[in-house]
Design a protein around this ligand. Structure first.
Ligand code: HEM
Length: 429
């Protein structure tokens, strides 16, 4: 079995991420990730961006995602979808009785999944199919959480249950892929996958081919999971701290109200407007530091990767403990305290960002090196948009039972006990 090095120290992580970037370019081909690349049971691997070895196939999948969804102009074009999703969330919460404790995750689940599905498949997917997809993706993300292990071990029964989810998922997704093939216009992520031509040979990149249905299904599953639960995890944790720390909530609300009063009604909620709010930025960074939604980042050193793209035997495995790195006592004062002020000018982390710096790294919520998360800007836009709208339109108070900050530390670091919040609609100033 491969040697495992576990890294929980920010200085060690910094050296590895920067200095060893050329050697650490691929995730380990073991356990859950190996299973996800071989779920069809056929001889060929079915790669998602996450599972693909560093090479021309990975590069074409990743640049396609960026070009189709994640570049700044595409993100700006998603603004109407974002506004709809927030309106749905606010309407759902308003329908609940005033002052009553609601399970936030249920509302966030609905709003964020619909948003993920519309970004993936376009505007025209009927509601019943969106909800059926949501149920299947719930099973898939739960299955990923059940099967994650640091040493790559798996339980055959649990793994079978997880991979079984690709059957109903395929039944729901295939008609949408067929509809995309039949369409002339392109706009959604699935449209880009249908049009994409990847190199036939990962080594020299010669010749091009289209993606098969199973490949598209794997990429769709990856897209829905990252756009949905990972983003939701960040929002839920941040809300937990706003509910416990009423001073933080008030301060954030003041900033959002002032921005709303200063800008025209639409502009304050634009990507640009939200990017300009320093306290909102600090609150989100503090949440990502303490509760990184993806708590483990892994790399593998394999036998024949150097010969190009193929993944041979796993020799060595690195596990970055993202959560421990963000709470390291040597790098942070009172690491277990939620203190957004540390990210403001004059604070101990005023220069710390969501991405590792060249010379210093104190947190890595979006990973680092060649395989850092390409979705971070879209993720931050969504997190900030939802949080700003929630504090603007609602007073958020803890339930009588209090807030339990236990973490799940699985594939997704969701709250162990879903957050309950007493919500009261505000009269806008
Ligand atoms: C708050 C939300 C998010 C967090 C905290 C997050 C975090 C991460 C982390 C830690 C990694 C591993 C990075 C590494 O190994 O160095 C990753 C990879 C990835 N993420 Fe995200 N992510 C988020 C949202 C998104 C979104 C919205 C997308 C959009 C499609 C996305 C797409 C991906 C992809 C495709 C990879 C694999 C990249 C590769 O292997 O080249 N993520 N993410």
């Amino acid at each position: 079995s491969p040697a495992i090095q576990v890294v929980g120290d920010p200085a060690v992580a910094q050296r590895l991420v920067n200095d060893a970037a050329d050697a650490l370019t691929t995730r380990p081909n073991d356990g859950l990730l190996k299973a996800l690349a071989t779920w069809t049971g056929g001889p060929e691997r079915i790669e998602s961006i996450t599972t693909a070895a560093y090479g021309s196939h990975w590069r074409s999948l990743r640049s396609n995602l960026t070009a189709a969804v994640l570049n700044p102009s595409r993100i700006a074009a998603l603004a109407p979808l974002h506004r709809d999703a927030v309106q749905d969330l606010l309407a759902g919460l308003s329908a609940g009785a005033a002052g009553e404790a609601v399970v936030m995750r249920e509302y966030l689940d609905r709003a964020l999944f619909a948003l993920a599905a519309r970004t993936c498949f376009g505007d025209g997917v009927e509601e019943s199919r969106v909800r059926a997809l949501q149920r299947v993706m719930e099973d898939l993300t739960q299955g990923m959480d059940d099967n994650v292990s640091l040493d790559g071990s798996t339980d055959p029964r649990r793994l079978r249950r997880l991979l079984g989810v690709f059957v109903p998922l395929g039944e729901l997704v295939r008609p949408l892929v067929a509809a995309s093939r039949a369409r002339q216009t392109a706009g959604s992520y699935v449209d880009s996958l249908v049009d994409l031509r990847v190199p036939v040979n990962d080594v020299d990149g010669n010749g091009k081919r289209a993606l098969g249905d199973d490949e598209i299904l794997g990429l769709v599953a990856e897209f829905l999971a990252t756009n949905w639960k990972v983003v939701e995890t960040c929002i839920e944790w941040t809300l937990a701290h706003l509910v416990i720390g009423l001073e933080v909530q008030k301060k954030l609300r003041r900033e959002v109200d002032e921005a709303a009063a200063a800008g025209d009604a639409e502009a304050w909620l634009s990507e640009k407007g939200l990017g300009d709010l320093p306290y909102l930025r600090a609150v989100v960074l503090e949440s990502l530091r303490m509760h990184p939604p993806s708590p483990f980042v892994t790399r593998g050193v394999h036998d024949d990767l150097a010969s190009g793209g193929t993944i041979g035997r796993l020799r060595k495995k690195l596990v970055f403990l993202v959560r421990d790195i963000g709470r390291h006592g040597g790098a942070w004062t009172d690491p277990d305290q939620f203190m957004p002020e540390r990210f403001l000018p004059g604070g101990e982390a005023e220069d710390v960002n969501h991405m590792p710096g060249r010379s210093e790294m104190r947190m890595m919520p979006f990973g680092g090196g060649r395989r850092f998360c390409p979705g971070y800007s879209l993720a931050l836009v969504r997190v900030k948009f939802f949080l700003a709208a929630l504090v603007r339109h609602f007073e958020l108070a803890p339930p009588s039972s209090g807030v339990d900050l236990a973490e799940r530390l699985a594939f997704n670091n969701l709250m162990k006990k879903p957050l309950r919040v007493r919500v009261t609609r505000r009269t806008l100033p």
